[in-house]
Write a protein of this length. Structure first.
Ligand SMILES: Cc1ncc(COP(=O)(O)O)c(C=O)c1O
Length: 517
């Protein structure tokens, strides 16, 4: 049986005036069509599962990504009611559209959400900073590891812990990182009885600050692995992890799962900051607000596109790439390829395999898993897939793209510091440069997503400004400079054989230790 995405799905860049909204929904209730027990794989070959199973699995057994068969909807009247909500309460409202009482009681959800954002270092959780030209910055980096990954990771790991404790089970999480997911997962995993977290990072291709945010975590269930000679950055690590997931015996033995953005819960949680950003910037509900998003694996912008499909009247997404332009090319030409990585100053988006693009394709192509499977097979076999003009029109509607060079990253950092006294990290600079490029192409405010604190990239800031201003430091990173580090080191050439074996040994040793207690 083929289940189509909700009839309510909107394909226009903005909800056209006069388009009827889904029937009025009471606050915090899911849309008529959404069913938390019906999650499918984008490749269509895995059995339908419920929300909890999809989250705990991370990746579907056919190698696809889990998606809800239909999306809940958000009405204008809900948006008006939420206008004065603080971030945690808004997050509760939006997430309760996905997480109904079949999944968990509302009181538990509220408490999970509030505790997830209590670790943020700013009273507003995600404050905004106004720039010139009706552009603003949404600061997503006030979480414990100073990047936007904290915004969803804290909640997702809490969700894992909640489900696993309820079931009396454990999971082993394998996390590949281009620099920021790893620290967020490490921090969120500290002291958890229900999970062991393995972090794999391409040594030399992330900053020292990012590395220490993983290697200085001493919790016995958190294991950092430095992988040397990753010629394709974190994409090489994704390949290794995919092959671990393809080994069903290993998956079973280790109870393997993923909290990378292949996990639906990460993308779902990231829809909230678009609703928040929208409400902070729309003068009236219904006015367009645009988002400029520094993009790598397409998880963040995919979440924004989902928020728009749910009814948030977002105008355009400006997909901001560095020199790794696969997303820009796919959206502008319909050719989706996987070229080699180019190393840039915005290293966390040095990614050429944007897995969440497949989720976006699923919704854009109205749940046609036959087509997705065919496209996926071509992409894997040939390294490139061509989409038709009609297909591209469906998935690129309301998207603009811009590629930002290293020179432009430095120039934008300099200009914004000197003219507006505001310090950007290199990824946020990619967003701001792309927003400025497209300022005249879109109507309404542009919200640039600031995805990392500048203190994580001091070398680039020094390169741009000649010195590191006070705003480019953070006490937690200064402390990590002298803290003890612990990590495994492996060469990319051997990781395929050695890593599963090391993980097995560590798991056996930890089981024995627990038995002896
Ligand atoms: C600082 C920063 N900005 C942007 C991104 C891109 O986000 P996504 O991979 O969801 O596109 C990442 C992670 O990959 C990141 O760490």
């Amino acid at each position: 049986m083929r289940v189509l995405v909700s009839e309510m799905v909107l394909t226009n860049s903005r909800r056209p005036s006069g388009t009827p909204m889904p029937e009025s929904l009471s606050n915090g209730q899911q849309g008529a069509d959404y069913d938390s027990t019906v999650f499918r794989s984008t490749l269509g070959l895995a059995p339908v599962v419920d929300f909890e199973t999809a989250v705990l699995a991370g990746l579907a057994p056919d190698g696809g990504l889990y998606v809800p068969a239909t999306l809940p909807q958000i009405t204008d009247s809900q948006l008006r009611q939420w206008q004065n909500h603080g971030y945690p309460e808004l997050a509760f409202e939006v997430l309760s559209l996905f997480i109904d009482d079949k999944v968990m009681p509302a009181a538990d959800l509220r408490s999970l959400v509030h505790s997830s954002f209590s670790t943020f270092g700013h009273p507003k959780v995600l404050p905004h900073h106004q720039l010139e030209d009706d552009c603003s910055v949404q600061e997503l980096f006030h979480g414990p590891t100073l990047s936007f990954k904290d915004v969803a990771m804290g909640f997702v790991v809490n969700l894992f812990d909640y489900f696993l404790t309820r079931r009396g089970e454990r999971r082993t999480l394998m996390v590949a990182t281009s620099g920021d997911t790893g620290p967020a997962a490490a921090h969120a995993s500290i002291g958890r009885q229900s999970i062991d977290t393995w972090l794999f990072f391409p040594r030399g291709l992330i900053t020292d600050e990012q590395m220490r945010q993983m290697t200085t975590v001493m919790s016995p269930n958190v294991h950092a692995v430095a992988v040397d000679n990753c010629h394709n950055g974190s994409d090489d690590l994704d390949v290794m992890i995919s092959s671990c997931f393809a080994d069903t015996e290993f998956v079973e033995e280790m109870q393997l799962s993923s909290v990378n953005s292949v996990n639906w819960a990460r993308v779902m949680t990231q829809t909230v900051h678009y609703v928040y950003g929208y409400l902070q910037h729309a003068k009236n509900v219904g006015d367009p607000v645009n988002f400029a998003v520094p993009s790598g694996a397409f998880g963040n912008v995919c979440a924004g596109a989902i928020a728009r499909r749910m009814g948030v009247p977002i105008g355009h997404f400006i997909v901001a790439n560095n020199a790794n332009t696969v997303l820009g090319e796919a959206l502008s030409s319909g050719t989706f390829a996987r070229p080699d990585i180019k190393n840039t100053l915005a290293s966390a988006i040095d990614i050429s395999v944007p897995m969440n693009f497949w989720r976006h394709l699923y919704f854009s192509l109205k749940g046609d898993t036959d087509r997705l499977r065919d496209a996926w097979q071509t992409y894997v076999a040939d390294g490139v897939v061509e989409f038709s003009v009609q297909e591209r029109a469906a998935f690129a509607d309301g998207f603009l793209t811009h590629a930002v060079t290293d020179d432009a990253i430095l120039e934008t950092t300099r200009e914004t510091w000197h003219d507006e006294n505001y310090l950007l990290d290199p990824h946020s600079a990619v967003a701001v440069a792309a927003a400025r490029h497209h300022r005249k192409s879109v109507e309404g405010p542009i919200v640039c997503l600031a995805t990392a604190h500048p203190a994580k990239f001091p070398e680039t800031i020094r390169l741009a400004l000649g010195a590191l201003p006070l705003a480019g430091a953070h006490p937690s990173l200064v402390e990590a400079q002298t803290a003890c580090q612990r990590m495994y080191i492996c060469d990319a050439a051997h990781m395929q054989q050695s890593i599963p074996e090391v993980m097995r040994q560590v798991m056996r040793a930890s089981v024995e230790t627990q038995r002896d207690r």
